[in-house]
Design a binder for this molecule. Sequence first.
Ligand code: TIU
Length: 224
Amino acid sequence: MIPVPARPYPFQLDPAHTALVVIDMQRDFIEPGGFGASLGNDVALLEAIIPAAAELIALFRRQGWPIVHTREAHQADLSDCPPAKIARGRPGLRIGEMGAMGRILIAGEPGNQIVDALAPLPGEIVINKPGKGMFWATGIHETLQGLGITHLVFAGVTTEVCVQTSMREANDRGYECLLIEDATESYFPAFKAATIEMIAAQGGIVGWVAPLAALHLAIAGAPA
Ligand code: TIU
């Protein structure tokens, strides 16, 4: 086990059984003209974490540990999108409608692509998820079980929506979860801060939280 200094207390990272999960670092949320902007958000805040997310991905690649990239994405016929989800937001800019980067939140559209700087490499796991959480209707739990994964390190956007939902789903399935706080972001700084606090509160009710530097140092200092 590699102890990673974290809140509320050190996270015991199991090097043979840990995967990185990068949540929804797709153009829809990070670039103007996508789903995030269609909901009325200023998307500029989110691109600031791209360098930290890239560093985190590079760290896992060097270690040879599994990496999962997720995209919030619906099928072109919207058969996997509940009417209640479609009905949210402004008419004309809803899921499935035409935006500046193609149909909003639809698999395969330009806006649905992961940003170039974080593009998955062959062999990495890429999943489309119709929900906010990564486990709903994706089969990822079975894939992770097949790889013997018990520990998940999280990054991506947005902290309080798809990242936190995925962490909570992961908890209910028995995973130990660590959120890298400088590799996640929200459109609402107060929501990010509150989410980090609520994850680590109550003895780590949702998991652990640490900065990327702490993970780097812990892995660098671990016996080979
Ligand atoms: N709106 C918002 O903050 N997030 C989402 O809709 N999806 C994700 O977090 N990926």
